[in-house]
Design a protein around this ligand. Structure first.
Ligand SMILES: Cc1cc2nc3c(=O)[nH]c(=O)nc-3n(C[C@H](O)[C@H](O)[C@H](O)COP(=O)(O)OP(=O)(O)OC[C@H]3O[C@@H](n4cnc5c(N)ncnc54)[C@H](O)[C@@H]3O)c2cc1C
Length: 380
C-alpha cells in the first residue's frame, strides 16, 4: 500500500499551496484531483490583487495575467450608476487555469506528487480510501471546495452561473456589478473582462434559476457568443468552526474561507493553504498537536475580524429591498466615491462598504430595516 505523510483531497489553490509548503520541508505529499486537469473546471472570475498574488508566492507571468482592472461601474436596480476608479487597488483579472497550474508546478518542484482524474472517497483508520486504492497517511487535508460543505449547512450556499463570452460590450479593464434584489437576491450580477471583447459574465443569488437568470442578463446586454458555461455553488457564511479535527485538516472553500461579501477566495483560501502547510510541517516535525492548531490561530488573526464584518455587511444586503438599494445610491456623493477610489483595500474591503453604508441619510433609510446589524458594522 502507498504511504505518504499527508494526502490532500483537491488540487486547486488551497490544496496546491498546502502541498507546496509541506513538501518544501521535506515531507511526502500526495495531491489527488478528481478533475481531468489542474485548473479545470475553472469556476472563478479571476479577480485578485497583485499584493495577494505576491503574498501567495505566485508570479504574475504573462500566462496568468489577462488585464488590469482600472475602474468599476456599480448599477442600482433602477439603473443608477456609481463609478469607482480602482487603479490604486492594483487589481488584475487572471487566467485561473494557469494560476492553479503555476501552484502545481511549484508544489511538484518541492517534491509533492500530483495525480489528476483520481478522487478521495473516505477516511480510513490508516489513511484514506480513494479511487486509486487505499493510501496510508498521517494527515488528510480536505481541500475539496464548496462541495465539501453542502451537507454542512445549505443556508450558506448560493447558486451561481458564470459564462465566458465574446461580446463587444465587454471593455478591457472595466468591471460591472449589478444589484437587484429580485433578480439576484442577496448577491449581484457581474462582468469581469479578460481583455477587450472577452470576459466572464455571472449571476448568483438565493434560490435563483441560474441558467434562466444569466440568459436574461446577457440578452439585456446585447450580442454575444458563449465559449464556456460553469454552474457552481458559492459559500457566503464565513469560516467553519474547526479547521482541525484530529488527523483531518480542512482548508480553503471547504473550510468556508472565501469572502462572505463577494465569495472571492483566491487570497484567503490560498493563504489558508500556506498557513495550514506551515502548521502541518511543524506538527510532523514535533508531533505536537499544538502546532497543528496554530493554523486556525494564524488564519483568524489575519482574516477573522474582516470576515466578521463582511458577514454583517452580507446580512444587511440580504435584508434590504430594491427601493433601499436605490436610496443608498442616491446618497453617495462624488467625495465618498473619490475616497473609496483612493483606498487600496481590495482584500480587506469592509472599510469601503462601511463608508458607503455610513452616509447619514442612507443609514437612516436602511436602519429601520436592520438596526442592530448595521450599528455593529459601523461601530466595529
Ligand atoms: C462563480 C465564481 C466566481 C468566483 N470569482 C472569484 C474571483 O473573481 N476572485 C476570487 O478571489 N475568487 C473567486 N471565486 C472563489 C474562488 O474560486 C474560490 O474561493 C477558490 O477557488 C477556492 O479554492 P479551493 O482550493 O479552496 O477550492 P476549489 O477551487 O473549489 O477547488 C476544489 C478542488 O477539489 C477537487 N475535488 C473535489 N472533490 C474531490 C475529491 N473527492 N477528490 C479529489 N478532488 C476533489 C475539485 O475538482 C477542485 O479542483 C469565485 C467562485 C465562483 C463560484
Amino acid at each position: 500500500m502507498d504511504k505518504y505523510d499527508i494526502v490532500i483531497a483537491g488540487g486547486s489553490i488551497s490544496g496546491l499551496l498546502t502541498a507546496r509548503e509541506v513538501a518544501k520541508k521535506g515531507y511526502s505529499v500526495l495531491v489527488l484531483e478528481e478533475g481531468f486537469e489542474i485548473g479545470t473546471p475553472d469556476h472563478c472570475g479571476g479577480l485578485v490583487s497583485k499584493t495577494a498574488l505576491n503574498d501567495l508566492g505566485i508570479n504574475t507571468s504573462e500566462k496568468i495575467y489577462d488585464c488590469a482592472i482600472n475602474n468599476a461601474s456599480i448599477f442600482s436596480p433602477s439603473g443608477k450608476t456609481l463609478e469607482i476608479n480602482s487603479k490604486n487597488q492594483q487589481i488584475i483579472s487572471v487566467d485561473r487555469r494557469q494560476l492553479d497550474k503555476q501552484a502545481a508546478y511549484q508544489a511538484q518542484k518541492y517534491g509533492a506528487k500530483i495525480i489528476v482524474n483520481s478522487s478521495y472517497k473516505e477516511k480510513t483508520k490508516e489513511g484514506v480510501s480513494t479511487s486509486i486504492g487505499n493510501i496510508d497517511c498521517k494527515i488528510l487535508v480536505d481541500c475539496r471546495g464548496v462541495g465539501a460543505l453542502v451537507n454542512n449547512n445549505r443556508n450558506g450556499i448560493l447558486l451561481s452561473a458564470q459564462y465566458e463570452v465574446y461580446a463587444d460590450w465587454i471593455v478591457n479593464g472595466h468591471v460591472e456589478v449589478y444589484f437587484d434584489q429580485i433578480k439576484y437576491p442577496g448577491f449581484f450580477g457581474w462582468i469581469i473582462p479578460s481583455g477587450n471583447g472577452i470576459g466572464k459574465v455571472g449571476v448568483a443569488g438565493k434560490d435563483i434559476n441560474t441558467s434562466k437568470t444569466i440568459e436574461e442578463f446577457l440578452k439585456g446586454k446585447g450580442k454575444y457568443s458563449t465559449i464556456r458555461k460553469i454552474f457552481s455553488p458559492i459559500w457566503i457564511n464565513g469560516p467553519i468552526k474547526n479547521f482541525v479535527s484530529k488527523d483531518v485538516v480542512t482548508v480553503g472553500d471547504a473550510a468556508g474561507q472565501s469572502k462572505p461579501t463577494t465569495a472571492g477566495g483566491i487570497y484567503s483560501c490560498g493563504m489558508g493553504g500556506i498557513m495550514a502547510g506551515k502548521a502541518i510541517a511543524k506538527y510532523l516535525e514535533t508531533n505536537d498537536d499544538f502546532q497543528l492548531m496554530q493554523y486556525q490561530e494564524s488564519w483568524y488573526s489575519k482574516f477573522g475580524k474582516e470576515f466578521e464584518k463582511q458577514q454583517l455587511a452580507r446580512k444587511v444586503l440580504q435584508k434590504i429591498d430594491n427601493k433601499t438599494v436605490d436610496k443608498i445610491f442616491d446618497m453617495i456623493t462624488p467625495e465618498i466615491l473619490s475616497e473609496i477610489s483612493s483606498k487600496d483595500d481590495f482584500d480587506f474591503h469592509t472599510a469601503s462598504i462601511i463608508k458607503l453604508l455610513g452616509v447619514r441619510k442612507s443609514l437612516a433609510a436602511a436602519q429601520n430595516l436592520m438596526g442592530s446589524e448595521i450599528k455593529r458594522l459601523l461601530v466595529g
